[in-house]
Ligand binder design. Structure first.
Ligand code: FE
Length: 176
């Protein structure tokens, strides 16, 4: 049963296409983990925290995706249809990952970006489920964010297909 779910998710990923229409604007509260001692939007020092420790700190849904590479159901994420101007940080550790300028409206059901912060993300080969994919992780805490595909829009042609749960948005209007 689980394999069928994974396959359906994979098919959805493959059927993604890019539409450059503006997305609907939704107001959203920043829910950065306030009880997380490792969370920082300025410190980029590599973290070596065990999953046992993360499990005590993170909400269950974030732990499942960030630390066990689970995938949120398509079209359910809080940033799927969201186009406010601002920055996207790692929901686990606060590391900067994306700028809203690189977000585009994809029909695949997950928030998608054509470019990532080079200092924010790292890549792993992912050969699970009989597929060859490139996993995207946070460079600071090594948490799973999603996958990157080469069917994105210009100027990069890349599509960073991310889990909303793994992201934390801070709007430009919230900057001090
Ligand atoms: Fe992180």
């Amino acid at each position: 049963m689980k394999i069928l779910i994974y396959l359906s998710v994979f098919m959805s990923l493959q059927m993604c296409s890019q539409v450059k229409h503006p997305e609907k604007v939704k107001n959203m509260e920043n829910s950065a983990a306030k009880t997380n001692p490792y969370y920082s939007r300025t410190d980029r020092t590599k973290l070596t925290v065990t999953n046992a420790e993360w499990k005590k700190i993170l909400p269950a849904d974030l732990y499942a995706i960030a630390r066990e590479a689970d995938t949120e159901r398509p079209f359910t994420g809080k940033y799927n249809q969201f186009d406010e101007l601002g920055e996207y940080y790692c929901a686990v550790c606060g590391n900067h990952l994306f700028r809203s300028d690189s977000k585009f409206s994809s029909t695949c059901g997950w928030p998608s970006f054509f470019e990532a912060d080079k200092e924010g993300v790292a890549y792993h080969r992912d050969s699970t489920l009989g597929m060859e994919r490139t996993e995207v992780v946070c460079k600071r805490c090594d948490s799973h964010l999603g996958h990157v595909f080469n069917d994105g829009p210009e100027p990069t042609g890349m599509r960073y297909c991310m889990n909303s749960v793994s992201l934390e948005f801070v709007g430009d209007s919230e900057k001090k």
